[in-house]
Design a protein. Structure first.
Length: 374
């Protein structure tokens, strides 16, 4: 895994568990049910708007069959998967951007997350009230996105006022900010989310805008979903530039209660290879442009989370800050190679373990052994 021991206890700063994905939607769409199933926790869940006022946060492990394969090859004392944080945010209502339904507080919670799961109700149930009457996925999606856009527009207008005066005095930074803010204001006023304006990510970071966050649309159906409604939901998500997943929250909640032995046959009966929750977790991980590399040995096999495009020293620093500061090189091989050949000895004999330097961009599925100076 790494060479040279450190005298102090490790200081971990893995990216994934610190990145947060907020689950948003109208009241009574099943957010808390989804969150409970994701985390196997006990968040409040009932047929009342605003059951969840303060957001619940849960750390969820990322399913990865590669980790299990490495575990079988190395037989370590400990196996540690990658993780990601989910936040269950209370339901938004029409008018949230102007303070309706504690809207300002809920919008502030959304502003703090790194990406959004937009949960949309596709099920009809007379016992679960819909705050807007009939089930209408497109309308519901529009309501949430309109509130987020209105909040962004208000924020942008305030920031324009703040930097306008400085820009007129010749402040170059303020002038650059104003140029970006003017583009944001024009786009939002035209009904476009920030993510659709084509602006560089580096220009947007300081503004903390809601519609600039990556989004995954998740449709919550009943046990027998209406094909037409599902198809229309998927089309609506695509039109908005987002990926979509459809699942049944009630079934997912039942699956999570089953033992590992019973879960496989249950999924097989449904014609499924994986749960909807697993698809959501993996899609959320990718939504944040996260990927995993591995360290493997007799003590531990572990998946480490890094952002796509990260170079070897920074990837080493996810394990411990000293690894990045004193980085020398990384011995690297592909997961697919050890899966095929079975041992590191066989990989060395075949020349499949590479020595990589500071410029190497770590790939998803790499197995790494870091060399560093204290």
């Amino acid at each position: 895994m790494y060479d040279n021991a450190v005298a102090e206890p490790p200081v971990f700063r893995g990216a994934g568990a610190n990145m947060e994905i907020g689950i948003v939607g109208l009241p009574n769409v099943g957010k808390s049910t989804l969150f409970n199933a994701l985390t196997s926790g006990h968040a409040a869940s009932s047929n009342y708007p605003f059951t969840t006022i303060e957001p619940n946060v849960g750390v969820v492990t990322v399913p990865d069959s590669r980790l299990q394969r490495l575990n079988s090859l190395f037989n370590p004392k400990k196996t540690t998967p990658a993780a990601i944080r989910f936040v269950d945010i209370a339901g938004l209502v029409k008018g949230a951007a102007s303070g309706e339904g504690l809207g300002n507080k809920f919008l502030a919670h959304i502003r703090e997350v790194d990406a959004i799961i937009h949960l949309v109700r596709l099920f009809k149930d007379p016992d679960v009230v819909h705050t807007l009457g009939e089930v209408d996925p497109r309308r519901d999606m529009d309501v949430i996105e309109t509130e987020l856009a209105l909040s962004d527009l208000s924020s942008v207008e305030k920031q324009v006022e703040r930097v306008q005066g400085k820009a007129k005095t010749g402040d170059k930074l303020a002038a650059q900010q104003l140029a970006v803010l003017d583009k944001l204001k024009a786009g939002l006023s035209a009904g476009k989310p920030v993510r659709a304006l084509g602006l560089p990510e580096k220009d947007l970071k300081e503004f903390f805008l809601l519609t600039g966050k990556p989004v995954l649309y998740v449709g919550n159906t009943d046990e027998k979903p209406t094909p037409e409604m599902v198809k229309d939901f998927e089309a609506a998500a695509k039109e908005r530039g987002g990926d979509s997943i459809v699942l049944c929250g009630k079934i997912e909640a039942e699956i999570i209660q089953l033992s590992e032995e019973d879960r496989g046959p249950f999924l097989a009966d449904l014609g499924l290879k994986e749960t909807g929750l697993e698809r959501v977790i993996v899609a959320a991980y990718k939504l944040l442009r996260q990927q995993s590399y591995f360290t493997a040995g007799p003590d531990e096999v572990r998946a480490w989370t890094i952002t796509q495009g990260m170079r070897a020293p920074q990837a080493a620093g996810v394990i411990h800050t000293d690894f990045e500061k004193g980085f020398i090189r990384a011995d690297v091989y592909k997961f697919s190679d050890i899966e095929r050949h079975g041992t590191e000895l066989a990989l060395r004999e075949k020349g499949l373990i590479r020595s990589e330097g500071k410029e190497y961009v770590v790939q998803d599925g790499d197995v790494c052994f870091f060399k560093f100076n204290n």
